[in-house]
Design a protein around this ligand. Structure first.
Ligand code: XMP
Length: 530
């Protein structure tokens, strides 16, 4: 394991990702972690960047014990300054921030494969890197060498004479640093000596064993499924581990995509063999959504109604098991666990360092659920990034189209219908969205796009059909490419694909006479319209 100590940089999670891409397990912890509280011995430690300056009054500092642990340490940006600060180097405040590309010149210190050269071994004499810093080193700590420089940063990378301590001013974790992933690889593989054994093949076996152990021979688990990647993979993993002692519940909230409830039933129950109940609660949801336009209210209503319906269904499942038992069937055991498809980015979000006043935020989107049943949470995906979940899904034989599916928000079409949500508005949007996605798939573009969907606008426009004037609604199409949905670029479609989509929607969907394409990026827009 590589331990990443987070000082609050916006790129910290990317360091974790890059280590994982080398098939090495990396875990992020706040920089305030005390080494005595560490529950494992890392093979190496990476100190992240930070928005702070080491000289700020309230700037975060690492437990000095890390430098005595006897494991390799790599400081990135603020991490370098922190290391220099702790080891008696000097950092100077700079008038201007350096932000952008720089050309790194690598200094060859010793011949051959001296550990001092290890970070850039075999990577040539120059590389493009990404800088984002205010302060910089102005005097290296005793026993350190300068191993690389740029035009503006004479101490762009340093290494200790005899200990495995390295510091770099640039950000190897961002893709703009063209060979950054390799630099991280040099550190974790060559310096720390990690073996690339973090693979989903290994993960499946270990996780199934862990689930079996914590559930015991009788414990039962319930969980909600949505038809999305995370809940399907989590459900399938539970099914592999404990079979029918896992019970999945799918709530049809009336704002799902076209035929989604049937498709989820078909896939999860019929194809994957998962014990599943589909609850049609669309009337209840739509009645509560009547006349509601405010997006946050829509979200709240859907979230709360979901909890009501799910709870009621879980209680029914428990009652049915008790009834069977009374009739003489073998006791089924209580439902003790609630499955959640929490992913590592949510965990990072809740544990990452957010400054001295930060409070730890819990990230369970059905928090408070089933209080009376006193369920404990089971989160088999909480160590995984999305691409790892997808790899896991493929290994669990979940069909490729499902594994590659775009994300779909919990409040569903309710936040894509800009006015009030009615059955008729849902019907229009479902049909338009279905045509849109179908044509994207036909054009072979689905996997190139991170998320695509249609939005129903609450305006009417004039059109003409035959000899008659029409006055109907407008569909907006949205498609974006994004790494993590914090930023997103609008997708450039070939014109003929847009032409086909527009023509099909206006011809086939009653109530729509106009289609527009959204060419806004995030920021300043968001991905969803509400
Ligand atoms: P925004 O609109 O914030 O979307 O740029 C970023 C990503 O988050 C999804 N999203 C949601 N997901 N409940 C969800 O489960 C929500 O209320 C919600 N709002 C946005 C959005 O689809 C995109 O993938």
């Amino acid at each position: 394991t590589i331990l990443i100590l987070d000082f609050g940089s916006q790129y910290s999670h990317l360091i974790t990702r890059r280590c994982r891409e080398h098939n090495i397990y990396a875990e992020l912890q706040p920089c305030t972690l005390k080494i005595v509280d560490l529950h494992f011995k890392p093979k190496g430690i990476i100190l992240s960047g930070s928005p702070y300056s080491v000289y700020d009054k309230d700037s975060p500092h690492v437990d000095p014990a890390v430098f005595d642990l006897g494991v390799p340490i790599l400081g990135i940006c603020y991490g370098l300054q922190e290391m220099a600060w702790a080891l008696k180097g000097k950092v100077e405040r700079s008038e201007h921030r350096e932000y952008g590309f720089a050309q790194l010149q690598i200094n060859k210190i010793h011949e051959g494969d001296s550990p001092v050269n290890a970070l850039f071994q075999g990577l040539g004499e120059e590389m493009q890197v990404w800088m984002s810093h205010g302060d910089q080193l102005c005097e290296i700590p005793p026993d350190f060498h300068i191993i690389a420089h740029t035009k503006t940063a004479p101490f762009a990378a340093v290494a200790h004479n005899s200990k495995p301590f390295y510091g770099i001013q640039f950000h190897p974790e961002v893709t703009h640093s063209l060979r950054g992933k390799e630099v991280i690889g040099r550190f974790i593989l060559n310096v720390c000596g990690c073996r690339s054994n973090w693979t989903m093949e290994e993960f499946i076996g270990k996780e199934i064993a862990r689930i079996r152990e914590i559930c015991g021979p009788k414990g039962r688990v319930i969980g909600a499924v949505s038809g999305g990647v995370d809940s399907t993979v989590a459900a399938k993993l539970m099914h592999e581990a404990i079979g029918d002692r896992f019970h999945a519940i799918m709530v049809d909230n009336g704002v799902l995509r076209l035929n989604e409830a049937q498709q989820v039933h078909e896939m999860l129950n019929k194809n994957l063999g998962i014990n599943l109940t589909v609850v049609d609660a669309s009337d209840l949801f739509l009645s509560r959504l009547q006349d509601v336009e405010d997006p946050e209210k829509k979200r709240k209503i859907i979230g709360n109604t979901f909890i009501n319906v799910f709870e009621e269904e879980a209680t029914k499942i428990e009652a049915a098991a008790n009834e069977e038992e009374k009739q003489g069937a073998e006791a089924k055991g209580r439902i003790e666990w609630l499955l959640q498809g929490t992913l590592y980015p949510d965990v990072i979000e809740s544990i990452s360092f957010k400054g001295p006043s930060a409070t730890i935020k819990t990230h369970h989107n059905v928090g408070g659920l089933l209080k009376d049943m006193k369920l404990k949470l089971i989160e088999p995906l909480r160590e995984l990034f999305k691409d790892e979940v997808r790899a896991l899904g493929r290994l669990l034989s979940i069909p490729a189209p499902l594994v590659q599916r775009h994300p779909f928000p919990g409040p569903g079409l309710a936040i894509r219908i800009l006015g009030p949500v009615t059955r008729e508005q849902v019907r229009i949007l479902q049909q338009a969205d279905n045509i849109y996605i179908e044509e994207i798939r036909n054009a072979g573009l689905y996997n190139e796009i991170s998320q695509a969907f249609a939005v129903l606008l609450p305006v009417r426009a004039v059109g003409v059909m035959g000899d008659a004037r029409t006055y109907e609604q407008v569909i907006a199409l949205r498609a974006v490419q994004s790494e993590d949905f914090m930023t997103a670029d609008w997708y450039v479609f070939p014109a003929e694909v847009l032409r086909r989509i527009s023509s099909r929607i206006t011809n086939e969907v009653n109530g729509i006479n106009r289609v527009t394409y959204d060419i806004s990026s995030k920021p300043p827009a968001t991905v969803e319209w509400l």
